[in-house]
Write a protein that binds this ligand. Structure first.
Ligand SMILES: Cc1cc2nc3c(=O)[nH]c(=O)nc-3n(C[C@H](O)[C@H](O)[C@H](O)COP(=O)(O)OP(=O)(O)OC[C@H]3O[C@@H](n4cnc5c(N)ncnc54)[C@H](O)[C@@H]3O)c2cc1C
Length: 567
């Protein structure tokens, strides 16, 4: 049996930041990751990371409190305000730390870090490294993980926790290279497994962002919080739904309909293209629904950056230009980019407190998979990378402190039972010749979620979606795995993942059906307004074999009363 004091599941930005913190505190720390850490989805982040550094002429009086206010307002007042304040107060410290570790931020002529405007922010507050911010952050943190001797288990899939209901003792994982299933003893397990975009058909997320591991925590008794709040990014390219960063609008890009109008003037006259994402996505979808879209890709708008000029595009947005040339055959220097909203981020996730602890002792979570909650009903662009480094640091410290103060020993019997159970489940799947096929079930789930639990929602469509997901969960019991080999059996891995994805999808829809209001990214045509009297509360979904059992919990307020969001 392999053993570490802290095992972090996931080598993205949150996982690496947590692991570095824990290792720096002298705790034996390992990362177990499906992918080589630098291939994590964090590396795809383009636009930037927020912090009230007040470096730009236009934002000399910016402060962490203003940043917290923008975050809370952006969240449609569902974020816990104490957590939003922690996020924004720690932000400058974390950015300068990253700078000292070597992140090549884009700079002002005097050498300070440059900042660009992003949606929903009162100021240009987003620090960036060209349009490859996430890649640089991830590589820099990987260097720190190597420096601090964090052991990395590459190409291992975590498949279950080893909990006795009162405490967690480690986890069970599958080695993709050999097919071996093994248990890992750990005093603390920290989930940093990223997003769940692949539950949807149209998504900007990488193949790895399945949300499966949220299901692992959920099944072990840790509730999922606010899962109905799913962010749809306004600008993903048609066909593949690869992201066009908000930075393109931050640099001055326009959104244009088939009448040649900058239609955002109707929906957010002041902020225009830089209104928060929920508002811009709804505006685009409304234009498409009302016939002012272009027909390509089932309906789209144009993102036009031609007026920025060749030089600025090559300097500030070279990555998105490359994507347009490779995936659309369009050079945005000469032609507008056809875009449509696509799933991008999950505001909800594994329920944690402000230090990343969950209700199950020995289990922590951080990054996109966690709901602290700093994003509430709608996340601001640039706040997610920030959450990864701020909350990653805090949760890594919390896990290390937990380990240092822990007196009870790991129970090997619990680990052995978990290993036996998971091994038998995987063996059964491998042997199964069931009639249901992975691609059909997965495609049906993803299409249903995009069609019926998307930018605009209503009770009827969502109830249909719930029935479909429940039916798919039944079908899953009769799924067959075609590939029977053990080495890199992706058919097997994807089949295991689908089980967890369906559980998580069910929690999303159940929470969305129950929440009878419109707030942030949860926009219902049958309940069009926000209802602070009845719904200013967090949803907690508890796993049961028949589906989510929902409970609610109050939102923490510190300084700000809810107000109408106008931009
Ligand atoms: C295209 C794109 C652009 C973005 N741009 C920005 C931006 O400019 N600014 C911003 O703030 N945010 C941005 N975001 C959001 C932000 O990048 C992510 O929310 C954030 O990087 C997630 O980091 P993470 O560490 O939580 O997860 P990830 O980076 O997704 O890492 C997840 C890790 O979990 C591992 N893992 C998953 N399942 C398992 C398993 N079963 N077993 C073991 N390991 C597992 C994976 O191997 C991976 O290492 C963007 C997102 C996308 C998709």
């Amino acid at each position: 049996m392999l053993k570490h004091q802290v095992i972090v599941i996931g080598g993205g930005l949150a996982g690496l930041r947590a692991a570095v913190e824990s290792a720096m505190m002298g705790v034996d720390t390992a990362v177990l990751s499906l992918l080589y850490p630098v291939r994590s989805h964090s590396g795809a982040a383009q636009g930037g990371i927020n912090a009230a550094l007040a470096n730009m002429e236009e934002c000399k009086d910016d402060t962490p409190t203003r940043h917290a206010y923008d975050t809370v307002k952006g969240s449609d007042f569902l974020a816990d305000q104490d957590c939003a304040e922690i996020l924004t107060t720690d932000a400058p410290k974390r950015i300068y730390e990253l700078e000292h570790w070597g992140v090549p931020f884009s700079r002002l002529p005097d050498g300070r870090i440059a900042q660009r405007p992003f949606g929903g922010a009162g100021y240009p507050r987003t620090c960036y490294a060209s349009d490859k911010t996430g890649l640089y952050l991830l590589h820099t943190l990987n260097e720190q993980a190597v420096k601090h001797k964090v052991q990395v288990y590459n190409e291992w899939a975590a498949i279950s926790l080893a909990s006795d209901g009162k405490q967690n003792h480690g986890l069970v994982a599958m080695n993709l290279q050999t097919g071996e299933i093994a248990s890992f003893a750990a005093d603390a397990v920290l989930f940093a497994v990223g997003g769940a975009g692949r539950i949807f058909k149209r998504t900007s997320n990488a193949m790895q962002s399945t949300g499966y591991c949220l299901g692992v925590a959920y099944k072990a008794g840790v509730p999922l919080k606010d899962m109905e709040f799913v962010q749809f990014h306004p600008t993903t390219i048609i066909g593949t739904n690869i992201l066009m960063t908000e930075g393109a609008r931050g640099e001055g890009g326009y959104l244009v309909n088939n009448q040649g109008e900058r239609f955002m003037s109707k929906y957010a006259p002041k902020a225009m293209e830089l209104a928060p994402r929920d508002i811009v996505s709804r505006s685009i979808q409304t234009e498409i629904n009302e016939g002012r879209g272009f027909p390509e890709g089932g309906g789209c708008m144009h993102l036009d950056i031609r007026h920025l000029g060749r030089e600025k595009i090559l300097e500030r947005l070279p990555g998105i230009r490359d994507i347009c040339i490779s995936f659309l055959g369009i050079d945005p220097i000469d032609k507008p980019i056809p875009i449509q909203p696509g799933q991008h981020f999950i505001m909800g996730g594994i329920d944690t407190d402000k230090d990343g602890s969950t209700i199950l002792p020995g289990v922590f979570a951080s990054g996109e998979c966690a709901a602290v909650s700093v994003h509430g009903a709608n996340r601001l662009g640039g706040n997610s990378l920030l959450e990864c480094v701020v909350m990653g640091q805090r949760s890594g410290a919390a896990a290390a402190n937990y380990v240092k103060g822990k007196s009870s020993a790991i129970k090997e019997a619990v680990l052995n039972d978990a290993l036996k159970k998971s091994t038998s489940e995987v063996e059964q799947l491998l042997k199964s010749n069931g009639k249901e096929r992975l691609v059909n079930l997965r495609d049906s789930m993803a299409q249903t979620m995009t069609d019926k639990v998307g930018v605009f929602r209503d009770g009827k469509a969502m109830s249909e979606a719930l029935a479909t997901i429940q039916e798919l969960r039944k079908c899953y019991r009769d799924i067959g795995v075609d590939a029977k080999n053990r080495k890199f059996n992706l058919d097997l891995l994807r089949t295991i993942e689908l089980g967890g994805m369906l559980d998580v999808a069910e929690a999303i829809v159940a929470g969305a059906v129950a929440r009878q209001e419109s707030r942030g990214a949860h926009s219902r045509l049958d309940f069009k307004t926000r209802d602070d009297v009845n719904w200013m509360k967090h949803t907690l979904a508890h796993f049961t074999p028949d589906g989510a059992r929902l409970e609610y919990e109050p939102v923490t307020k510190t300084k700000w009363e809810p107000e109408e969001r106008k931009y």
